[in-house]
Design a protein around this ligand. Structure first.
Ligand SMILES: [Zn+2]
Ligand SMILES: [Zn+2]
Length: 327
Protein backbone atom coordinates (compact mmCIF):
# COMPACT_ATOMS: atom_id res chain seq x y z
CA UNK A 1 0.00 0.00 0.00
CA UNK A 2 0.97 3.60 -0.39
CA UNK A 3 -0.39 6.99 0.67
CA UNK A 4 -0.16 9.91 -1.75
CA UNK A 5 -1.08 13.36 -0.49
CA UNK A 6 -2.90 15.57 -3.03
CA UNK A 7 -4.18 18.12 -0.51
CA UNK A 8 -2.94 18.77 3.01
CA UNK A 9 -4.06 22.28 4.05
CA UNK A 10 -6.77 22.74 6.67
CA UNK A 11 -9.87 24.92 6.56
CA UNK A 12 -9.32 26.64 3.20
CA UNK A 13 -6.84 26.75 0.32
CA UNK A 14 -3.99 29.02 1.42
CA UNK A 15 -2.65 30.74 -1.69
CA UNK A 16 1.11 30.92 -2.20
CA UNK A 17 2.13 34.43 -3.26
CA UNK A 18 5.05 36.31 -4.74
CA UNK A 19 6.18 37.66 -1.37
CA UNK A 20 6.67 34.12 -0.08
CA UNK A 21 8.55 33.18 -3.26
CA UNK A 22 10.86 36.18 -2.80
CA UNK A 23 11.69 35.07 0.73
CA UNK A 24 12.64 31.59 -0.54
CA UNK A 25 14.81 33.02 -3.34
CA UNK A 26 16.56 35.40 -0.95
CA UNK A 27 17.31 32.61 1.53
CA UNK A 28 18.55 30.25 -1.22
CA UNK A 29 20.88 32.90 -2.64
CA UNK A 30 22.14 33.81 0.83
CA UNK A 31 22.95 30.16 1.55
CA UNK A 32 24.70 29.80 -1.82
CA UNK A 33 27.43 32.38 -0.97
CA UNK A 34 29.88 29.79 0.29
CA UNK A 35 29.18 27.26 -2.47
CA UNK A 36 30.88 26.70 -5.81
CA UNK A 37 28.00 26.29 -8.28
CA UNK A 38 29.86 25.73 -11.53
CA UNK A 39 27.78 22.92 -13.04
CA UNK A 40 24.11 21.90 -13.18
CA UNK A 41 24.98 18.97 -10.91
CA UNK A 42 26.44 21.42 -8.35
CA UNK A 43 23.20 23.40 -8.45
CA UNK A 44 21.05 20.29 -8.04
CA UNK A 45 23.16 19.14 -5.08
CA UNK A 46 22.87 22.58 -3.50
CA UNK A 47 19.08 22.67 -3.95
CA UNK A 48 18.78 19.20 -2.39
CA UNK A 49 20.75 20.44 0.63
CA UNK A 50 18.40 23.35 1.34
CA UNK A 51 15.77 23.19 4.11
CA UNK A 52 12.39 21.92 2.86
CA UNK A 53 10.78 25.33 3.39
CA UNK A 54 13.34 26.93 1.04
CA UNK A 55 13.44 24.39 -1.80
CA UNK A 56 9.77 23.33 -1.70
CA UNK A 57 6.38 24.24 -0.22
CA UNK A 58 3.91 22.38 1.95
CA UNK A 59 1.24 23.33 -0.56
CA UNK A 60 -2.13 25.02 -0.72
CA UNK A 61 -4.69 22.32 -1.57
CA UNK A 62 -7.29 21.20 0.98
CA UNK A 63 -7.82 17.60 2.12
CA UNK A 64 -7.40 14.76 -0.34
CA UNK A 65 -5.28 11.62 0.17
CA UNK A 66 -5.05 8.70 -2.22
CA UNK A 67 -4.72 5.25 -0.63
CA UNK A 68 -2.95 3.14 -3.27
CA UNK A 69 -2.86 -0.64 -3.35
CA UNK A 70 -6.58 -1.46 -3.62
CA UNK A 71 -8.31 -2.96 -6.66
CA UNK A 72 -9.74 0.46 -7.59
CA UNK A 73 -8.85 4.06 -6.78
CA UNK A 74 -9.40 4.95 -3.11
CA UNK A 75 -9.44 8.57 -1.99
CA UNK A 76 -10.01 10.24 1.35
CA UNK A 77 -11.96 13.49 1.15
CA UNK A 78 -12.76 15.72 -1.81
CA UNK A 79 -10.99 19.01 -1.00
CA UNK A 80 -9.19 20.97 -3.70
CA UNK A 81 -6.50 18.27 -3.82
CA UNK A 82 -9.13 16.15 -5.61
CA UNK A 83 -8.94 18.55 -8.55
CA UNK A 84 -5.19 17.90 -8.88
CA UNK A 85 -5.76 14.15 -8.60
CA UNK A 86 -8.45 14.35 -11.29
CA UNK A 87 -6.09 16.01 -13.77
CA UNK A 88 -3.59 13.23 -13.13
CA UNK A 89 -6.21 10.47 -13.47
CA UNK A 90 -8.31 11.77 -16.36
CA UNK A 91 -5.92 10.44 -19.03
CA UNK A 92 -6.51 6.82 -18.00
CA UNK A 93 -9.53 4.78 -19.11
CA UNK A 94 -12.88 4.15 -17.36
CA UNK A 95 -12.33 3.53 -13.67
CA UNK A 96 -14.07 3.32 -10.31
CA UNK A 97 -13.23 5.97 -7.70
CA UNK A 98 -14.11 5.30 -4.05
CA UNK A 99 -14.15 8.55 -2.04
CA UNK A 100 -14.33 8.30 1.76
CA UNK A 101 -15.66 11.51 3.26
CA UNK A 102 -14.57 12.54 6.76
CA UNK A 103 -17.35 15.13 6.89
CA UNK A 104 -19.01 17.71 4.64
CA UNK A 105 -17.22 20.88 5.78
CA UNK A 106 -16.34 22.96 2.76
CA UNK A 107 -12.61 22.20 2.74
CA UNK A 108 -13.43 18.48 2.36
CA UNK A 109 -15.89 18.70 -0.56
CA UNK A 110 -14.97 21.82 -2.56
CA UNK A 111 -12.76 19.96 -5.06
CA UNK A 112 -15.60 17.76 -6.33
CA UNK A 113 -17.15 20.22 -8.83
CA UNK A 114 -13.69 20.34 -10.50
CA UNK A 115 -13.13 16.55 -10.45
CA UNK A 116 -12.74 15.77 -14.17
CA UNK A 117 -13.34 11.98 -13.89
CA UNK A 118 -16.87 12.78 -12.63
CA UNK A 119 -17.60 14.38 -16.01
CA UNK A 120 -16.50 11.35 -18.07
CA UNK A 121 -19.15 8.78 -19.09
CA UNK A 122 -18.22 5.24 -18.08
CA UNK A 123 -16.51 6.23 -14.86
CA UNK A 124 -18.02 5.20 -11.53
CA UNK A 125 -17.74 7.43 -8.47
CA UNK A 126 -18.86 6.10 -5.09
CA UNK A 127 -18.89 8.51 -2.14
CA UNK A 128 -18.94 6.95 1.33
CA UNK A 129 -19.59 8.59 4.65
CA UNK A 130 -21.28 8.32 8.00
CA UNK A 131 -23.37 11.50 7.77
CA UNK A 132 -27.00 11.40 6.68
CA UNK A 133 -27.86 12.76 3.22
CA UNK A 134 -24.39 13.30 1.80
CA UNK A 135 -26.01 13.35 -1.62
CA UNK A 136 -27.98 16.42 -0.53
CA UNK A 137 -24.74 18.13 0.51
CA UNK A 138 -23.08 17.48 -2.85
CA UNK A 139 -26.23 18.57 -4.72
CA UNK A 140 -26.43 21.79 -2.69
CA UNK A 141 -22.79 22.65 -3.37
CA UNK A 142 -23.47 22.61 -7.13
CA UNK A 143 -26.84 24.35 -7.09
CA UNK A 144 -27.32 27.82 -8.57
CA UNK A 145 -26.10 30.40 -7.60
CA UNK A 146 -23.06 28.58 -6.16
CA UNK A 147 -21.94 26.65 -9.25
CA UNK A 148 -23.01 26.49 -12.90
CA UNK A 149 -23.03 22.68 -13.33
CA UNK A 150 -25.40 20.57 -11.24
CA UNK A 151 -24.43 17.20 -9.78
CA UNK A 152 -26.95 15.46 -12.06
CA UNK A 153 -25.23 17.00 -15.11
CA UNK A 154 -21.96 15.20 -14.36
CA UNK A 155 -21.77 12.30 -16.81
CA UNK A 156 -20.14 9.63 -14.63
CA UNK A 157 -22.25 7.28 -12.53
CA UNK A 158 -22.21 8.86 -9.05
CA UNK A 159 -23.69 7.11 -6.04
CA UNK A 160 -23.58 7.48 -2.28
CA UNK A 161 -23.10 4.78 0.38
CA UNK A 162 -23.77 5.22 4.08
CA UNK A 163 -21.22 3.65 6.46
CA UNK A 164 -21.81 2.85 10.12
CA UNK A 165 -19.03 3.31 12.72
CA UNK A 166 -17.99 0.03 14.31
CA UNK A 167 -18.84 -1.99 11.19
CA UNK A 168 -16.19 -3.57 8.94
CA UNK A 169 -16.35 -3.24 5.17
CA UNK A 170 -14.51 -4.83 2.23
CA UNK A 171 -14.22 -2.22 -0.51
CA UNK A 172 -11.94 -2.54 -3.57
CA UNK A 173 -10.15 -5.45 -1.89
CA UNK A 174 -9.34 -3.39 1.20
CA UNK A 175 -10.75 -3.84 4.70
CA UNK A 176 -12.22 -0.56 5.92
CA UNK A 177 -13.04 0.19 9.57
CA UNK A 178 -14.90 3.36 10.56
CA UNK A 179 -14.82 5.42 13.75
CA UNK A 180 -16.89 8.41 14.85
CA UNK A 181 -14.87 11.51 15.80
CA UNK A 182 -15.41 14.67 17.82
CA UNK A 183 -15.82 17.67 15.51
CA UNK A 184 -18.50 20.33 14.98
CA UNK A 185 -21.21 18.47 13.08
CA UNK A 186 -19.36 15.16 13.59
CA UNK A 187 -16.69 13.51 11.46
CA UNK A 188 -15.45 9.98 10.66
CA UNK A 189 -12.02 8.33 10.54
CA UNK A 190 -11.08 5.37 8.33
CA UNK A 191 -8.65 2.49 8.83
CA UNK A 192 -7.57 0.79 5.58
CA UNK A 193 -5.88 -2.64 5.81
CA UNK A 194 -4.59 -5.03 3.18
CA UNK A 195 -1.90 -7.74 3.19
CA UNK A 196 -0.86 -6.89 6.74
CA UNK A 197 -0.35 -3.18 6.03
CA UNK A 198 -2.51 -0.48 7.56
CA UNK A 199 -3.07 3.21 6.81
CA UNK A 200 -5.35 5.25 9.08
CA UNK A 201 -6.92 8.52 7.92
CA UNK A 202 -8.18 10.56 10.87
CA UNK A 203 -8.65 14.26 10.27
CA UNK A 204 -10.86 16.98 11.72
CA UNK A 205 -10.91 15.20 15.05
CA UNK A 206 -10.50 16.84 18.45
CA UNK A 207 -8.94 14.76 21.19
CA UNK A 208 -9.49 16.59 24.46
CA UNK A 209 -10.39 15.98 28.08
CA UNK A 210 -9.70 13.19 30.58
CA UNK A 211 -10.95 10.26 28.41
CA UNK A 212 -7.97 10.75 26.07
CA UNK A 213 -5.55 9.62 28.78
CA UNK A 214 -7.38 6.39 29.65
CA UNK A 215 -5.87 3.14 28.31
CA UNK A 216 -9.26 2.13 26.87
CA UNK A 217 -9.65 5.36 24.85
CA UNK A 218 -11.11 3.84 21.66
CA UNK A 219 -8.80 5.70 19.27
CA UNK A 220 -5.75 3.89 20.66
CA UNK A 221 -7.19 0.58 19.45
CA UNK A 222 -8.30 2.16 16.16
CA UNK A 223 -4.75 3.42 15.51
CA UNK A 224 -3.05 0.26 16.88
CA UNK A 225 0.07 -0.81 14.91
CA UNK A 226 -0.81 1.40 11.94
CA UNK A 227 2.08 1.67 9.48
CA UNK A 228 0.91 5.19 8.65
CA UNK A 229 -1.36 7.35 10.83
CA UNK A 230 -2.60 10.52 9.12
CA UNK A 231 -3.65 12.71 12.04
CA UNK A 232 -5.25 16.15 12.36
CA UNK A 233 -2.55 18.23 14.06
CA UNK A 234 -3.55 21.69 12.93
CA UNK A 235 -2.65 23.36 16.22
CA UNK A 236 0.19 23.73 18.66
CA UNK A 237 -0.73 22.60 22.18
CA UNK A 238 -1.14 26.19 23.44
CA UNK A 239 -3.82 26.87 20.79
CA UNK A 240 -5.58 23.51 21.18
CA UNK A 241 -5.91 24.02 24.94
CA UNK A 242 -6.53 27.77 24.71
CA UNK A 243 -8.43 29.98 22.29
CA UNK A 244 -9.10 27.19 19.77
CA UNK A 245 -10.45 24.62 22.20
CA UNK A 246 -13.69 23.04 20.88
CA UNK A 247 -12.88 24.15 17.32
CA UNK A 248 -12.67 20.47 16.42
CA UNK A 249 -8.94 19.99 15.82
CA UNK A 250 -5.99 18.53 17.72
CA UNK A 251 -2.39 19.38 18.50
CA UNK A 252 0.96 17.91 17.57
CA UNK A 253 1.49 16.87 21.20
CA UNK A 254 -1.65 14.75 21.46
CA UNK A 255 -0.77 13.33 18.03
CA UNK A 256 2.54 12.04 19.37
CA UNK A 257 1.06 10.75 22.63
CA UNK A 258 -1.77 8.78 20.99
CA UNK A 259 0.45 7.47 18.17
CA UNK A 260 3.08 6.23 20.64
CA UNK A 261 0.39 4.64 22.83
CA UNK A 262 -0.91 2.81 19.74
CA UNK A 263 2.58 1.72 18.56
CA UNK A 264 2.20 3.55 15.26
CA UNK A 265 5.23 3.31 12.96
CA UNK A 266 4.92 6.54 10.98
CA UNK A 267 2.92 9.53 12.15
CA UNK A 268 1.89 12.12 9.54
CA UNK A 269 0.80 15.50 10.91
CA UNK A 270 -2.05 16.65 8.67
CA UNK A 271 -4.66 19.40 8.05
CA UNK A 272 -1.95 22.06 8.15
CA UNK A 273 -2.84 25.41 9.67
CA UNK A 274 -3.78 27.75 6.82
CA UNK A 275 -2.06 30.79 8.35
CA UNK A 276 1.27 28.98 8.80
CA UNK A 277 4.13 29.77 6.41
CA UNK A 278 6.46 27.05 5.11
CA UNK A 279 9.12 28.23 7.57
CA UNK A 280 6.61 27.98 10.44
CA UNK A 281 5.61 24.47 9.33
CA UNK A 282 9.28 23.38 9.17
CA UNK A 283 9.63 24.59 12.77
CA UNK A 284 6.37 22.87 13.79
CA UNK A 285 7.71 19.56 12.44
CA UNK A 286 11.09 19.99 14.12
CA UNK A 287 9.44 20.93 17.44
CA UNK A 288 7.25 17.83 17.24
CA UNK A 289 10.24 15.58 16.52
CA UNK A 290 12.08 17.14 19.44
CA UNK A 291 9.08 16.52 21.70
CA UNK A 292 9.08 12.85 20.70
CA UNK A 293 12.80 12.36 21.30
CA UNK A 294 12.64 14.23 24.63
CA UNK A 295 9.51 12.71 26.17
CA UNK A 296 9.39 9.33 24.40
CA UNK A 297 13.12 8.54 24.07
CA UNK A 298 12.54 4.82 23.46
CA UNK A 299 10.11 5.34 20.58
CA UNK A 300 11.24 4.34 17.08
CA UNK A 301 8.29 6.14 15.44
CA UNK A 302 9.07 8.62 12.67
CA UNK A 303 7.15 11.87 12.19
CA UNK A 304 6.34 13.60 8.90
CA UNK A 305 4.43 16.76 8.16
CA UNK A 306 2.15 16.24 5.17
CA UNK A 307 2.69 18.32 2.05
CA UNK A 308 1.03 18.32 -1.36
CA UNK A 309 2.95 15.69 -3.34
CA UNK A 310 4.18 13.63 -0.39
CA UNK A 311 4.32 9.92 -1.25
CA UNK A 312 4.69 7.33 1.50
CA UNK A 313 4.99 3.77 0.20
CA UNK A 314 4.78 0.73 2.45
CA UNK A 315 6.52 -2.44 1.34
CA UNK A 316 5.65 -5.70 3.02
CA UNK A 317 7.41 -9.05 3.06
CA UNK A 318 6.21 -12.51 4.02
CA UNK A 319 6.42 -11.79 7.72
CA UNK A 320 4.17 -8.76 7.31
CA UNK A 321 6.80 -6.37 8.50
CA UNK A 322 6.09 -3.14 6.67
CA UNK A 323 8.53 -0.43 5.90
CA UNK A 324 7.90 3.14 4.82
CA UNK A 325 10.42 4.75 2.50
CA UNK A 326 10.50 8.43 3.20
CA UNK A 327 12.41 11.52 2.38
ZN1 LIG B 1 -11.13 20.47 7.62
ZN1 LIG C 1 -14.14 20.33 9.64
Amino acid sequence: MEAYFWGTRGSLPAAFDGAQLSIKLHEALRLSRTRQLNTDADINDFIASLPFSVRNTYGVNTSCVEIRGGDDVILCDAGTGLRSFGHHASASGPATFHIFLSHPHWDHIQGFPFFIPAYIPGNNVVIYGGHPDIRGVFEAQQKSPFFPVSLSDMAASIRFEHLTPGNQYQIAGVRVDVISQQHPGGSFGYRFSRNGCTIVYSTDSEHAGPPVWKPDYPFIEFFRHADILIFDAQYALSDAMGPKEHWGHSSNVIAVELAVAASVRHLVLYHNEHTATDVALDKFLNDTRRYLSHFQPNSTMTIHLAYDGLKLPISSNNTHHCRVNCR
